[in-house]
Design a protein around this ligand. Sequence first.
Ligand SMILES: [Zn+2]
Ligand SMILES: [Zn+2]
Length: 363
Amino acid sequence: MSHSTTPENTHALTGTMKAALFYQPNDVRYEETPIPAIGPGELLIRVESALTCGTDVKCYRRGHPVLLKNFPSPFGHEFSGTVVQAQPTEAEPPRFQVGDRVVSANSAPCYQCFYCHKGQTNLCERLDLLNGAYAEYIRVPAQIARHNTYRLPDHLPFEIAAFSEPLAVCLHGLAQSRIEAGDHVAVMGLGPIGQLMVRAAKLKRAKVTAMARTPNKLALAQQFGQADQIVNLLEYENPEALRAAFTEQGRGFDVVIEAIGKPETWEKAVALVRKGGTVNLFGGCPGGSSVTFDTRRLHYDEITLVSSFHHTPRHFQAALELLGSGQVDPRPLISKTASMADFESALQQVEAGQAIKIALKNQ
Ligand SMILES: [Zn+2]
Ligand SMILES: [Zn+2]
């Protein structure tokens, strides 16, 4: 693909590009499609690195009522890249120049609605989720270009910067869990999100016990996450036995974060927390599923149940800072690098547990 841009940044980049397009579950094609035309305040970014994500695997198999609309839909949401075109608005010049290395979040709040006024910007009524990372170019809407796009520190590789989105989700989740230094935190489930959660909880100076059912994920939680203890959940079916073996006087964890997303592990998470503790039901369960909790336990033991969804610009920025400073170095989570054209096989490898995350690159 050859192209040129004028100093005014307004010259249209025309022609076609390769992009993953979602037609229906199990039918995502990598095909030739027009390069998106951008409007006032928008950016066109050449994708330098896109990461696979568990959410994309779910979307690939089942579709998604909110993420994927208007078929065929652009696909993929964790990315970083280079600005190749930037349009001014009537009021403002572009915030970015052609050639800037940037990361964009997959949404930006409207700052106008009820939830935005309450400060719960992750619940914004007009949260338009951006897809299209598995492509040569992606169009970044004006609201995201203005409020949730950031320049990268020069030294920061693109594939590291692309972790801003999943890490932001974890930072928001930790804020909801109200963790204090010295708290004993259990993280259940050690996919990429669970791993980042372990690492981020350690940075909050918590004692962290990481739990999963596969030895390689447990080893990674020690090596990358610096978990204090690891628990193979297959060996501790009984929550009381787990509490007795891994918490002081068997009283349970101060905070339990469920990052698996199954009704039975949501229930188990509540059984693992101490009196007065907090459970973050972080992993999203399949639509239509329900859970049962013992009312006596919730009430008399003063258990706080919280949940968290998505991220806020504040946490996105904080995530980029942690990556830029090297406090979170997610390289051990990148199992391999592949060509963008191989995105489907990458999603299948993640689904089969053969890779934690795969970094996709344009040739
Ligand atoms: Zn993601
Ligand atoms: Zn809003």
